[in-house]
Design a protein around this ligand. Structure first.
Ligand SMILES: Cc1cc2nc3c(=O)[nH]c(=O)nc-3n(C[C@H](O)[C@H](O)[C@H](O)COP(=O)(O)O)c2cc1C
Length: 186
């Protein structure tokens, strides 16, 4: 397996979208490529996919709460943000996009994103097509793009709700490509 991400330490934020299961594959591929992956799951992500799955594929502790910060760190969200060279959020819910655009900090992931605002950040939005086309969502995406966040996807296709449309999370391979491009400075 290619180990071209050796030396890369990143945060993988996972939110409560049905595509959260694909994030396990992304975490696995990143780890396989040599990256150190610190996963942060929101409370809603934990209802869709188990933290244990991420722990198993990364071989690392998975973070789910501001209040159970990692033992070795004094203040989890600040230390994680400091350590990581890059932040990836996949899938990113409409809720997360809104919170990040507003600078809201009401859980470990949103607080870490706020503390780590200067880090290169890749976001893979995923949601129902009507949610994606909501002007509020589009405005939040534009706000985040203007701040330098890189959006990967969403793609068109079959959605979990049974509809066809725009809103599928980008495939892990495409997100990996974006990570490699940022690392290469492009
Ligand atoms: C089964 C299920 C699937 C969901 N899928 C999505 C989704 O793909 N995208 C999205 O934006 N919200 C989705 N939601 C709604 C979010 O879970 C909800 O907005 C939640 O507040 C998001 O919290 P978080 O951003 O902190 O993870 C889903 C909810 C349920 C019950």
């Amino acid at each position: 397996m290619e180990s071209d991400l050796l030396g890369l330490e990143l945060i993988l934020g996972v939110t409560g979208g049905i595509a959260a299961y694909k994030a396990v594959d992304l975490a696995s591929k990143l780890t396989g490529a040599g990256a150190v992956v610190h996963c942060i799951l929101t409370e809603n992500a934990c209802k869709l996919v188990a933290p244990k799955s991420f722990e198993a594929v990364t071989g690392r502790e998975v973070f789910t709460s501001l209040w159970s910060a990692p033992q070795e760190y004094r203040i989890g969200h600040v230390t994680l943000a400091d350590r990581a060279q890059m932040v990836v959020v996949a899938p990113a819910t409409a809720n997360l996009l809104a919170k990040a655009a507003m600078g809201l900090c009401d859980d470990l992931l949103s607080t870490t994103l706020c503390a780590g605002w200067e880090k290169p950040t890749i976001v893979a939005p995923a949601m129902n097509d009507r949610m994606w086309s909501n002007p509020a969502v589009q405005q939040n995406v534009e706000t985040l793009r203007c701040r330098g966040w890189r959006m990967v996807g969403p793609a068109a296709g079959r959605l979990a709700c049974g509809r066809e449309g725009m809103g599928r999370m980008a495939e892990p391979a495409e997100i990996l490509e974006a990570i490699r491009a940022i690392r290469a400075g492009s």
